[in-house]
Design a binder for this molecule. Structure first.
Ligand code: HEC
Length: 207
């Protein structure tokens, strides 16, 4: 009856093993084909994008030492950080987005709220929607989604784990869904590497 999605759901999904066969160290290297999508193209970082990869590591609020790089393609993680941390995901998916005294909108030196980084919990009254926890679940899947599910969600606004017809209502998927497969793959890789957190315990509107 309603096309609104159910905002709270468990993350238990089908067991999908990662098939990343090796940790590739050179920037610009691609992960082995046959990864979560079966299509290796999106695992490649274009030549000339090394500065974005570098910038991504510089601007990640989670330092490299605290990113889970096991089985990850480092260039993809760096590119993903660049895309996530320059696209405003934090504004809605970290709540509150900034640490006390670190709110750039109040002319304070910016300090992201790393303790709740990407754990969701921002509400958007009067709507019933709550931003989702995008951190990795127990199986390492961001928001409990495989890459194929993640891509479909951003492309179409419909999370295939939700009831038919449900559409994300707040999330700017019509814009983010226009990114290339490679960009979405990089975002997914970075979100797979950040620390896993339970859902934000204090859902509320923007302070
Ligand atoms: C304007 C606020 C806003 C921004 C910016 C935003 N999101 Fe969201 N996002 C939401 C909300 C709210 C939801 C939950 C459902 C909805 O929109 O109805 C959501 C849901 C999602 C989901 C689906 C999770 C699930 O469990 O179904 C994914 C994946 C996601 N966002 C990724 C991102 C990424 C990646 C970015 C940055 C590129 C981003 N979001 C930026 C508000 C936002």
């Amino acid at each position: 009856m309603s096309t609104y999605r159910n905002c709270k759901r468990g993350v238990a999904g089908p067991m999908i093993g990662y098939v990343m066969s090796s940790l590739l160290l050179a920037a610009g290297a691609s992960a082995a084909p046959g990864g979560p999508t079966g299509n290796g193209n999106e695992n490649q970082i274009q030549k000339g994008n090394e500065s974005q990869v570098q910038k991504g590591f510089e601007i990640s609020p989670i330092p490299l030492s605290q990113l889970n790089m096991a089985g990850k393609n480092p260039a993809l993680v760096g590119m993903g950080s660049y895309l996530v941390n320059s696209s405003g995901c934090n504004d809605c998916h970290t709540h509150p987005a900034y640490a006390p005294g670190g709110n750039p909108f109040q002319a304070q030196p910016e300090q992201v709220n790393v303790g709740q980084y990407m754990s969701g919990g921002r509400t958007f009254p009067p709507s019933p929607f709550v931003s989702a926890n995008l951190t990795p679940d127990a199986l390492g899947k961001p928001a409990g989604l495989t890459f194929a599910q993640f891509r479909e969600t951003l492309r179409t606004g419909h999370n295939p784990l939700d009831p038919p017809g449900a559409l994300l209502q707040i999330m700017p998927w019509p814009a983010f869904g226009k990114k290339t497969d490679g960009d979405l793959r990089a975002i997914y890789e970075y979100l797979s590497a950040i620390p896993s957190l339970p859902d934000n315990p204090n859902p509320s509107p923007e302070p």
